[in-house]
Design a protein around this ligand. Structure first.
Ligand code: PLP
Ligand code: COI
Length: 353
């Protein structure tokens, strides 16, 4: 598809890498294209970054028809820019679209517009250690009517933000609170989709945790509040004895691309890995008897993030003396090594722009 380019009057100054944080600064341009049942996807354009005008009855404003993705462009040592497993994000976006009754995007079209947009903005990819250009594709329904139904009109956009680390702790262990009241998702719901509503509904527990000094919550399943699911913006893994355990994909957790990559690295290196049900009782027992050796979260924004403390029903448990463990460090080094081109990508996960 041809992409129209509308030049900005002036380009912004690139920020100092030490001031980045996460998702606060945006690049000069954004990508947009529209969908209608009659025309399909059309009017692809790269335009100056700025506000989006919406009809006050627009579906997304009332019924939350919105999905998003998150991936990063990395600056390698040699100065090139590369993406990490972009097709995985494109496929997951279409899975989310299908769940929310939003239109899917043919994979080759999504790949074309994503890579062309990143090529335009690649100079924004920072080069300081641990920094990257976070890409946020998103789609929303914008029928101009209050009827509740699958959307007929939608917009797909991509914005980009140079980022540093997601947590203020960086690679240092974070404190996580196990949430035993609110739930994030149930099987049959939207847990496996990356839709805005999942995050809106999780904010109340997140706020409560933050007030108590915790970075995020660890969700339990929505039916029995018994089985571990995932963290607010990451999947979660534990080393219990010599087994690496992560909750299986049951429909209520997000199938993370970092999770999938960690599992492939772990299996490739010969670790004993289980994707299975893990109850809070089993985890509590492992915390008590000392068999919980390591805990970490994994996600695009957070990369691989060691968990140094878990709190459940006001009981606090320190994991691995609050320090990063061996397996966590190995996964961090392997993934970031591949992403930033510091080690050979034997998995063929990176895409050079
Ligand atoms: N779980 C949730 C709820 C998330 O928001 C994310 C972040 O995208 C993840 C897990 C990790 O997914 P990924 O590794 O694809 O970024
Ligand atoms: C990501 O890791 O890309 C995410 O989307 C997490 C986010 C909700 C900040």
């Amino acid at each position: 598809m041809e992409i129209k380019f509308v030049k900005a009057d002036a380009l912004k100054e690139k920020p100092d890498s030490s001031t980045l944080g996460f998702g606060k600064i945006f690049t000069d341009y954004m990508f947009m294209m529209d969908y209608s049942r009659e025309e399909g996807w059309h009017d692809a354009r790269i335009i100056p970054f700025g506000p989006i005008a919406l009809h006050p009855a627009s579906t997304v404003l009332h019924y939350g028809s919105e999905i998003f993705e998150g991936l990063k462009a990395y600056r390698t040592k040699s100065g090139t820019v590369q993406l990490f497993r972009p097709m995985e994000n494109i496929r997951r976006m279409n899975t989310s679209a299908e769940r929310l009754c939003l239109p899917t995007i043919p994979e080759d079209l999504a790949f074309q517009v994503l890579t062309e947009f990143v090529k335009v903005e690649q100079d924004w990819t920072p080069s300081a250690d641990g920094t990257s250009l976070y890409l946020r594709p998103f789609m929303f329904g914008n029928d101009e009517t209050l009827g509740v139904h699958a959307v007929h009109n939608a917009t797909f956009a991509i914005i980009a933000s140079p980022v540093g680390s997601y947590y203020k702790e960086g690679i240092n262990p974070v404190k996580i609170m196990i949430e035993d009241e609110d739930v994030r998702a149930v099987r049959g719901g939207t847990g496996y989709a990356k839709c805005g509503g999942n995050y809106a509904a999780s904010n109340r527990a997140g706020e409560r945790a933050e007030k108590k000094g915790y970075s995020q919550v660890l969700w339990l399943d929505g039916v029995e509040r018994k089985y571990i699911e995932e963290v607010g913006a990451m999947n979660v893994m534990f080393k219990i004895g010599d087994e690496i355990v992560t909750p299986m994909l049951s429909g209520s957790i997000l199938p993370g691309i970092t999770r999938k990559s960690c599992l492939e690295v772990l299996r490739n290196k010969g670790y004993k890995v289980s994707e299975r049900l893990l109850s809070i009782d089993e985890l509590a027992e492992a915390m008590h008897n000392g068999t919980l050796k390591e805990a970490w979260g994994c996600g695009t924004a957070a990369v691989v993030s060691p968990i140094g403390e878990l709190c459940y029903k006001d009981h606090k448990y320190t994991v691995n003396n609050g320090e990063i463990g061996e397996v966590t460090q190995m996964l961090y080094d392997t993934l970031t090594g591949i992403q930033w081109g510091k080690i050979e990508d034997t998995y063929n996960w990176t895409y050079q722009l």
